[in-house]
Design a protein around this ligand. Structure first.
Ligand SMILES: Cc1ncc(COP(=O)(O)O)c(C=O)c1O
Length: 387
């Protein structure tokens, strides 16, 4: 454990946990976080336990609850307000299945920056009579609360405003959007997959009624594990029809005669927990917990400023806002041939990704200034591939 105040557990202090940095400049945490020794050992521990003891059922259940508690601490929520899911898709589907969406209040408002799964789940509700309204970005690429205000009214049941765009790196003002939605009597879902682990998220001030995310990116775990926070006061009104036995008020009763969901957010759980992913998720999150999201956010903000300064010097087009309050760990830069650019960088052992025509550069606690400078040097050499 670090000595408080002497080792912030970010940057050079934590990099040795992640073998990939021995061979590559890893800037792709928006797709998948880097593998740590700790997560590898946790997954190996799961395999060893399986070998030695077969089904470690009680330990699995305990790990599932440990994960729920870690997410609650991360979000400053109560454990009872957190569901453990296998994906954002599962949690959002369960949540939306519990919305009445009938009568006058049948609209789902979604931002153009939602991840496909949220948009597709919203449109699937058209089968139940829902109407979906899209909120598009302004000329500068941002989607301000005012633009949401134009789309939200007394017909709106749910507003989906992703905390941070996976495409452009824009950060929504979730609190302002939630205020507008609540005035109209609508609920708010903030898909925070691109934010959790990299920025401080506090459900007490965020204002969203539901917050979802998962472990494969900035929480440093694997795919196949997620969470759904739901504000406590809403639970009695939300009865998910997409459900499973782990959502029951008593999973050990093994009763097939009725539907009696848990009183708390466990009603959005589903089937057998994704045990191997939980081992990885709890271990990955422990690295985030030790560093603290406030320190991580600060570290990322300073690397982001250095990166954007360098990109501006190159005369590149940066769709992501400069203001740290309006972005997070993801910085995007426009390319004339982004596939080729990603391949060129990969050939130099710099790992980035792409969406639309933008190169995506994702910064996290393990990145250091040299990573940013190395990337900038490579982009200078490939200047012709930048718009
Ligand atoms: C913002 C956002 N939401 C959701 C997802 C994925 O959701 P799921 O866990 O359903 O695969 C991603 C992953 O790439 C994402 O970036």
């Amino acid at each position: 454990m670090p000595v408080p105040g002497t080792d912030l557990r970010v940057g050079a202090a934590i990099r040795g946990e992640f073998p990939i940095f021995e061979t590559a400049t890893y800037l792709n945490s928006c797709s998948q976080g880097a593998l740590s020794h700790r997560v590898r050992e946790a997954v190996e521990g799961w395999l060893a336990g399986w070998d030695a003891n077969g089904a470690e059922w009680e330990f699995w259940v305990e790990r599932n609850e440990a994960f729920r508690s870690s997410i609650a601490a991360l979000l400053h929520a109560r454990t009872d307000d957190v569901a453990v899911t296998t994906s954002v898709s599962q949690g959002v589907s369960a949540l939306v299945s519990g919305l009445p969406l009938e009568g006058e209040r049948n609209r789902i408002v979604i931002s153009e920056y939602e991840f496909p799964t949220v948009g597709q789940i919203a449109h699937a509700q058209e089968l139940r009579g829902a109407e979906v309204v899209h909120v598009t970005p302004g000329e500068d690429g941002s989607i301000d609360a005012d633009r949401f205000a134009e789309a939200i009214d007394e017909r709106t049941a749910l507003v989906c405003c992703t905390t941070l765009s996976y495409r452009s790196g824009h950060r929504h003002d979730v609190t302002a959007i939630a205020e507008i939605a609540h005035e109209a009597g609508a609920l708010v879902l903030a898909d925070s997959y691109q934010a959790c682990g990299a920025v401080e998220l506090d459900v007490r001030s965020l204002g969203a009624d539901a917050v979802t995310g998962g472990t494969v990116k900035y929480l440093l775990g694997t795919s196949g594990l997620g969470f759904l926070y739901v504000r406590a006061g809403l639970l009695p009104k939300l009865l998910p029809s997409q459900t499973g036995w782990f959502a029951d008020e008593d999973i050990f009763r093994m009763d097939i005669s009725d539907y009696s969901p848990a009183a708390d957010a466990r009603r959005f759980d589903a089937g057998t927990p994704p045990v191997p992913n939980i081992y990885a998720g709890v271990a990955g999150m422990s690295i985030i917990e030790e560093a603290g999201t406030a320190a991580i956010e600060e570290h990322i903000a300073s690397l982001g400023a250095r990166l954007i300064d360098g990109l501006e010097e190159l005369g590149a087009v940066v769709p992501t806002p400069r203001d740290p309050a309006r972005r997070g760990p993801l910085v995007t830069v426009r390319s004339t041939d982004v596939r080729r650019l990603v391949d060129q960088l990969a050939a130099e052992k710099i790992v980035c990704s792409e969406r639309d025509s933008n190169l995506r550069i994702a910064l996290h606690l393990y990145n250091v200034e040299e990573d940013v400078d190395r990337l900038l040097d490579a982009l200078r050499e490939n200047r012709s591939l930048l718009a």
